[in-house]
Design a binder for this molecule. Structure first.
Ligand SMILES: Cc1cc2nc3c(=O)[nH]c(=O)nc-3n(C[C@H](O)[C@H](O)[C@H](O)COP(=O)(O)OP(=O)(O)OC[C@H]3O[C@@H](n4cnc5c(N)ncnc54)[C@H](O)[C@@H]3O)c2cc1C
Length: 454
C-alpha cells in the first residue's frame, strides 16, 4: 500500500514540530521537509544571547541537524531546497534545488506550509551596506558575530524599538559597544502599557543606550568601502560602525497567494482550528499564519515561537490523520532588558477599548520577595479588567525579578476567563526568599475589587 506522503515547507520552528508530530501520529507516513537554507531546527530566539556572548558557542543553537532529524525522527530533510510553487489541483509542489538550480516536482497527500516570516525593510538608500544586519536566521546570526569579531565596531545604531531591538541593545552593550536606538515613536515597545514603556525607556537609558524618539530614517549614508557611516534621520544624523534593523516581520505568503490560499485580514494565511487552509489537504502553521486571539475572538498576527511550535504540532497531527485543534493564543510574552523583566499577557488597555470593552485598570507596586530578604525588588502589576464581567483581559508586570513567572499565572487566568474575584481568592505561595505574604498579584486583584464596592 502506498504510504501517506506528507510534505512540510520550512524548517525552523513550526516545520520541525509539525514533522515530528506527524511521524509520531502516523509512523508509516513518509514525511519530507524542504528548507531553503542549510539549517533546520534553529534556536533563533536564543541568538541575541549568542551575539552578546552569554551563550558562548553559537553552534549550540542548532537543536536538530538535518541528519539528526532524519535519524532520530525518521523525517527526510532536504535543505537548500526552495519550494517555488504549489499546484493544489495536482497535489504537487515545484521545488528548486539551490545547489545546482535544477527544479523538480514532488507529490503530496498532505502539505504543511511553515514558511514563516521575513524581516521588514526600511526601503531607504544604503540599506544594503555591508555593515547593515537583520537578525532572523542562522546566517544573520553568524554574519553579525563574524562582523563583530573581524571589524570590532565601536558604535552601533539599532533601528526599531520592539523586543528584538531591546535584546540587541543589551547584547551590544554587553559587548562594550556604544548603542543608539532610533525609534519612530516617543517610547519603545508599542503594545505595552504606557507605564511599562516608560520604565523600559528608563532601563535603556540607565544602561547607556541613547534613545532617539519620533525618528524617521531618511537614508543610510555609505562610505567608500560600502559601509554605513551615518544614519540620517529627521532627528539628526548618527555616526555608526554597524547598523541593526529590527523593524518587525511580515508573513511569507507569496507561494500561498499564488496557490489561491485565502489570506486573512492581517495579511497572513488564514486557517481553521485544525490549521487547515482554505485549500483541501493544505495546512499551515507558525509565523506565516494568523492566529485567533482568545481574548477578543478575532484573528491577529502574532509571530512567536511559542505559537508556531504548538500550531505546528496541530498541523502535523492532522496532516497525519489525527484530529487536533489549536484554540488560539492570548499573547503571552516577555523580554529581558538589562536588569528588567517585562511581561505582557492578554490584551492592552488600548486594545481592549478598541474592541469595545469598558475597561477598569489597577496598577500596584509591591515587593517581589519578603522585604527583609536580599534581592527583594519593587514589582509592578497592572491588571486590565472588563468592567462589566470583572474578567481579566490582560496584564503587564515588570521588575528586576519575579515578573515573568508570575505573569504566567495570569495568562492561565485569562485563558480560563477568570474574574478579579477569582484571582483575589487565589491560594499563592508565601515564602520569604521568593514571595511576600501577600503576593503583588493578590494585592492588585484585591485593590481592583474595591473599585466595585459601594
Ligand atoms: C531574534 C529573535 C528572537 C526571538 N525571540 C522569541 C522569544 O523569546 N519567544 C518567542 O516565542 N518567539 C521569539 N521569536 C519569534 C520566533 O523566532 C518565531 O516566531 C519563530 O521562529 C517562527 O517559526 P516559523 O517556523 O513559523 O517561521 P520562521 O522562523 O520564519 O521559519 C520559516 C522557515 O521556512 C523557510 N522557508 C520559507 N519559505 C520557504 C520556501 N518557499 N521553501 C523552503 N523553505 C522556506 C525559511 O528559510 C525558514 O527557515 C524571536 C525571533 C527572533 C528573530
Amino acid at each position: 500500500m502506498k504510504q501517506r506522503q506528507i510534505i512540510i515547507v520550512g524548517g525552523t520552528a513550526a516545520g520541525p514540530s509539525a514533522a515530528a508530530k506527524a511521524k509520531r501520529t502516523n509512523p508509516n507516513a513518509e514525511i519530507t521537509l524542504f528548507e531553503a537554507t542549510d539549517t533546520v531546527s534553529y534556536g533563533i530566539c536564543e541568538s541575541p544571547y549568542a551575539i552578546s556572548g552569554v551563550i558562548e558557542d553559537e553552534n549550540k543553537l542548532v537543536i536538530y541537524s538535518p541528519e539528526k532529524l532524519q535519524e532520530e525522527k525518521g523525517i527526510t530533510v532536504k535543505t537548500l531546497h526552495q519550494v517555488e510553487k504549489i499546484i493544489p489541483t495536482k497535489h504537487k509542489i515545484i521545488v528548486r534545488d539551490l545547489r545546482n538550480h535544477t527544479t523538480g516536482e514532488y507529490e503530496y497527500d498532505k502539505l504543511i506550509l511553515a514558511v514563516g516570516s521575513q524581516p521588514k525593510r526600511l526601503n531607504v538608500d544604503g540599506e544594503d551596506g555591508r555593515n547593515v544586519f537583520f537578525l532572523k536566521s542562522r546566517e544573520n546570526t553568524v554574519n553579525i558575530l563574524n562582523y563583530l569579531k573581524s571589524e570590532t565596531p565601536k558604535q552601533a545604531v539599532i533601528i526599531g524599538g520592539g523586543y528584538i531591538g531591546m535584546e540587541l541593545a543589551e547584547a551590544l552593550r554587553l559587548r562594550g559597544l556604544d548603542a543608539t536606538m532610533v525609534h519612530q515613536f516617543s517610547l519603545p515597545m508599542e503594545g505595552l502599557e504606557q507605564e511599562t514603556r516608560e520604565r523600559v525607556l528608563e532601563e535603556l537609558q540607565n544602561n547607556g543606550v541613547h534613545f532617539v524618539t519620533n525618528a524617521k530614517v531618511e537614508a543610510l549614508q555609505l562610505d567608500k568601502t560600502g559601509k554605513v557611516k551615518h544614519v540620517i534621520t529627521n532627528r539628526g544624523s548618527f555616526e555608526t560602525d554597524i547598523v541593526l534593523l529590527s523593524l518587525g516581520v511580515s508573513p511569507n505568503i507569496e507561494i500561498a497567494k499564488t496557490a489561491k490560499i485565502r489570506i486573512g485580514q492581517n495579511g497572513a494565511i488564514l486557517t481553521d482550528e485544525r490549521q487547515q487552509t482554505s485549500i483541501e489537504d493544505v495546512y499551515a502553521a507558525g509565523d506565516c499564519c494568523e492566529v485567533k486571539n482568545i481574548v477578543t475572538g478575532n484573528p491577529m498576527y502574532l509571530p512567536l515561537a511559542s505559537i508556531a511550535s504548538r500550531a505546528g504540532r496541530v498541523a502535523g497531527e492532522n496532516a497525519a490523520g489525527g484530529r487536533a485543534t489549536f484554540k488560539g493564543a492570548l499573547r503571552a510574552m516577555a523580554v529581558k532588558i538589562f536588569n528588567l523583566q517585562v511581561a505582557q499577557v492578554g490584551i492592552s488597555s488600548e486594545e481592549a477599548k478598541r474592541y469595545g470593552f469598558k475597561v477598569v485598570t489597577e496598577q500596584i507596586h509591591g515587593p517581589s520577595r519578603n522585604e527583609l530578604m536580599p534581592g527583594s525588588e519593587d514589582l509592578t502589576v497592572k491588571l486590565i479588567i472588563d468592567q462589566r464581567t470583572k474578567r481579566l483581559l490582560g496584564a503587564n508586570l515588570f521588575s528586576c525579578c519575579g515578573a515573568v513567572l508570575r505573569a504566567n499565572t495570569l495568562a492561565v487566568a485569562i485563558q480560563h476567563k477568570m474574574t478579579i474575584d477569582d484571582i483575589a481568592r487565589w491560594d499563592l505561595i508565601y515564602a520569604p526568599p521568593f514571595a511576600p505574604l501577600w503576593d503583588p498579584i493578590l494585592v492588585a486583584a484585591n485593590k481592583a475589587k474595591k473599585k466595585y464596592e459601594p
